[in-house]
Design a protein around this ligand. Structure first.
Ligand SMILES: [Zn+2]
Length: 219
């Protein structure tokens, strides 16, 4: 009889190892400090800003395993995993690792504020780029909805539902989009536009994919 940590393993060994590996993997994800911070945020806010984990997770899965067949694709996947965990090599992180080389945390574009992950979304120098990038992500999402879901969506309502019109919410959403996250409120608004929760969820998934793609390629 095989044993593990003093206990006899009664189930087939292979499935036991698979289960233990999966649990360890998931626990590691959940306890990564940056992910934990979002889980806590989710627990103490109202349901509106609750995040659509499944959409982000599926979007990562799309690129994993058998689909990750080249160095280029593997780099793109790593980039997204770093985004989720807010560990892209922005200057604050670089400085922490090598203060002699980087000298300061200041943003290389505006020289005013520290270059943190969230500053990328706020930096005044990048606003024009963001505007174009967000425009492009909406266009691609609309195109995919037309071809794959046979949905003809008005770009302005799509923008309103996903980005919001209030500037504070817009900025918050952008920071979340950077990390691959959308929330329940966006799903609800999109459900009204598409007349179906299922379709809204597919549109958000496609948006998540394109937003990340544009961010990875353009910024
Ligand atoms: Zn800046």
């Amino acid at each position: 009889m095989p044993r593990w940590k003093g206990q006899t393993i009664e189930s087939p060994l292979r499935s036991f190892v698979n289960i233990i590996t999966a649990i360890t993997y998931e626990t590691e994800w959940a306890s990564l400090s940056r992910v934990a911070e979002i889980i806590t945020h989710n627990q103490d806010t109202n349901s509106d800003t609750e995040l659509n984990w499944k959409i982000m997770w599926d979007s990562l899965k799309e690129m994993q395993g058998k689909k990750c067949i080249s160095l280029k694709k593997s780099k793109a996947l790593m980039f997204r995993i770093k985004c989720v965990n807010k560990i892209l090599p922005t200057k604050d992180i670089c400085y922490l690792r090598n203060p002699k080389l980087y000298k300061s945390r200041k943003c290389i574009a505006c020289f005013r504020e520290d270059e943190t992950f969230h500053h990328l979304a706020e930096c005044e120098i990048y606003q024009k780029i963001w505007k174009n990038l967000e425009e492009e992500a909406i266009q691609l999402t609309g195109l995919e909805a037309r071809t794959k879901l046979d949905l003809s969506l008005d770009e302005n309502s799509l923008k309103e539902a996903i980005y919001s019109i209030k500037s504070e919410e817009k900025s918050y959403n952008r920071k979340m989009h950077l990390r691959g996250f959308t929330n329940i409120k966006q799903l609800t608004s999109l459900s009204r536009v598409t007349q179906s929760k299922n379709k809204a969820s597919k549109v958000l998934a496609s948006f998540t994919k394109y937003f990340w793609k544009c961010f990875y390629e353009r910024l």
